[in-house]
Every structure is written in structure tokens, then in C-alpha cells.
Design a protein. Sequence first.
Length: 333
Amino acid sequence: MQQIAKIAVAAIISYIFTKSALPIFLTKLSKAGMGGFDLNKPRENQKEKTPEAGGIVGLFVFSMICGLFQGIHGLLSACICSGLLGFADNVLNLEWRWKLIVPAFTLIPLCSYYQENYNFDIQFLGFNFTLPTALTYAYIIFFAIFCQNAVNIYAGINGIEVGQSIVAQLFALIYLVMKNVNQPFTGGYYYSAIISTIFIATSLALLKFNKYPAKVFVGDVFTYFAGCVYVTSAVCGDYLIMAVFLYFMQMINFLLSVPQLIGIIPCPRHRLPQLNKDDGKLYGKTENWNLINQYLLRIVRAGLGEKQIWQHLITIQVIGSACILCVYKLSLK
């Protein structure tokens, strides 16, 4: 109980720190020229640019608060490096090769931690197979790179990057507790709970500023940071397989995006829905192959307000994640 209380207090402090620091940093980001206009809103209604890369505040607070817990420092390096890579991308607009090469090196300590503490066992049709070390390293690195970029491309409306990350991390935390309910609250279980809880707390504060109408854009610094935190918590908690299932919305968006990502279909820089200035709603564009546009085109078949789209997609993610955990629970009986 003492450990749980410490994490709870740390989460509350993280939320308060992030919420308090954001207004200060927003001014500094604007003065540094880091900002842009919201493309989903009429340009004439925007008197000034919205500050960008606000996710750097969440990264700072997460790093400081998590760093207060003993034994976790080595696990934070990948998260911090990923966030800084995202910030560099916001400032320098890095080429794709850097987004693939740099994480491959920063994730090695995380891979080593997993290999020292767990075996990657795969059970299928009654067979139990342990993944070799090299393949385990490759899986963790590729999955981490995927998660970072999956959050980055599942974007386009206010609050969606932060919202999807909170939901995925929350249900991952619930699964962690379900999986280890009768186990001692130590080691990887403890570290994973710390990382997940502090991330959720800082992200909830960030969401207050990033939700519609956004007062800040979170930038690549948040998407890269969020993806790496998700994988780090999965590595510590030894749930790398379940982590894939709980990223189902990002998977769907990625699969829809593949034709444009690999160049089969022309890919615009901003794959945003179309704003209708008459009714203020967003409509799907057939040339944009991603989840937001295809949801509006194929499922809703009409326009929706930006806030409504967020509510729809987050609700689907919550229901889908709950169903996944219910199936897991039933499989134990």
C-alpha cells in the first residue's frame, strides 16, 4: 500500500506541475517562433498562431518525477531520447532515416533489461516457443519505432494524439494489474506501474490545453515520447503481445495509410478532413487514406464537428480496449 500511495502522490504532483507549467511554456514557445495556425479552423478567425511542441512540458515533468523513484533511471533513457528526437524533428524537420536510426540505438538498454528479466515466450496451438535474443531485440526496437510513428500519423484533430495515448496507456495499466493481481508489487511490475501512471497524469494535464479548441499543439515531441513510454511500460511489465492488441486503433490507421506511406497513392503533407465554413463541420476527403477521413466517409457518411469526431474515435477505442480485456479475462477461466 505504501508503494501505491507513493505512485498516487507522484501522479497528483505530476498533474499539478504540468498544468501549472504549461501556460508559462506556451508563452516561451510562441516567442521562440514555434507555432502554427489550426488548419481545421477558418484562418480569418485566428488572430495569432497556436504554440507548438507543448509535449516538451510533459516530457520534462515525467522525467523529473519518475527520476525520484529508485532503480528506474536506466529505463527512462529511451523515453527521454525519443522525446528529444521528436523535439528536434519539430525544430529541424528531420529526414525519416534519423527517425529510424536513432531509436535503434537508444532502445538497446531497454532490450537488455527485458532479456535479463524475462523470456519472450509465444504460445500457439499448444506449442510454446521462446524467441531468441536477437529476434527479441529486433521485435522491441521495431515495435517501439512503430508505436512512435503510429501515434504521429494518427493525428489531424485537436486532442487526438493525447487522447489515444491516454486510453492505450490506461488499459495497458489495467491489464498489468489484472495480470499480476496475485504477484508482489516489485520489479518490472512496479516500474511499469510508475511509468504508466505518471505518463497518464501528465497527459491528462496536457489534454486540458490540447483538446478542442486547442491552446497548444503537442508536436512530434509528444507523439514520439508517448509511443516510447508505451513500449517501455510493456517491456517492464512483460506484456509485449497484449500491447499490440491495445494499439488496435493505431494499427487500423497504419494499415489504411500504407498505400500513401509507401508511395502507391500520392500522399499530401497534411492528411486532414475538409472544413466546410458554412456549417463549421469537417468532412472526409477521399484522397486522404487515414482513419479520421475514412471514418467520416465510410461510417458516418456526413460531416461532424471536430469535438464530435474526437468523442467518436476515443469512445470506439475505449469500448474496443474494454472488449479486448474482457476476452483476456474470459480466456483465463
